[in-house]
Structures are given as C-alpha cells and as structure tokens.
Design a protein around this ligand. Sequence first.
Ligand SMILES: [Zn+2]
Length: 137
Amino acid sequence: MSFMQRIKQSLARFMMGRHGADNLGIFTLITGLVMSILGSFTGIGLFSLLGFALYIWTLFRMFSRNNEKRAAENRKYIELTSGWKTKIRQFFRRMKNRRDYKYFKCPNCKVLLRLKRGSGEKEITCVRCGFQFKQKS
Ligand SMILES: [Zn+2]
C-alpha cells in the first residue's frame, strides 16, 4: 500500500461515526475564509478572530460524534436560510424576465405576482388570498 493510500485509509477510519461536512459546515467555512481575508486586507483583528473562531467551530462540528445534535443545527440553518434563498432566486428570475413581465405585490397579502407586459390594465385575482384589484401591465 502506498503512503497516500495509507493516509486516506486512516483518515476514513478517523472520520467514521463523525459528523463530517454539511451545509452549515460549508457556510461557516466560507464565512470564516471571507472573514480571514477581510482581516488581512483591512488589518482589523476582529475579522481575523471571527474567521479563526468560525474555522474552529467548523472543525468541531465536522469531528463531532454527536450526530443528532449536529444534524439538528444543520436543519435549523437550512430552515433559517431557505427564505433568503427563495428571495435571492426570485430576484434573479425577475431580473431575467423583467422585459416580458411586470412584477408587483398583492396589496392585501404582499405575495409577488406577475403580469405579461403589454396586455393593458387587468383585473387581478391574487393566487394566494383571492383579493381582487386592477393592475396596469
Ligand atoms: Zn394576496
């Protein structure tokens, strides 16, 4: 067995039963990296310190054997960020389609609606709450 294979195998054995990388781990790692870069560019020690703390937390979670707790943290993270991810996705879709569709919010429940451009003023019925209003396209 080569040296590299042996390292790979012992690493795999070491990681057995440990939590490993997950969505939250990747997020904390990237944020940690950004903080360290910011720290070295700006010379503000707080960024470097935060970056270091995030690395430590990432490593702690990766090597943790308390899978249940780590999975719960990851679920919480996904729950907290999914709203933002939807908003960001919606924003890019809007940018892409803004020539063909007019986007607007329902005045009653604030849900985002769209109307094909050039179809004049229309009577809109909100898909979520059923509120009716007039909207120019
Ligand atoms: Zn509505």
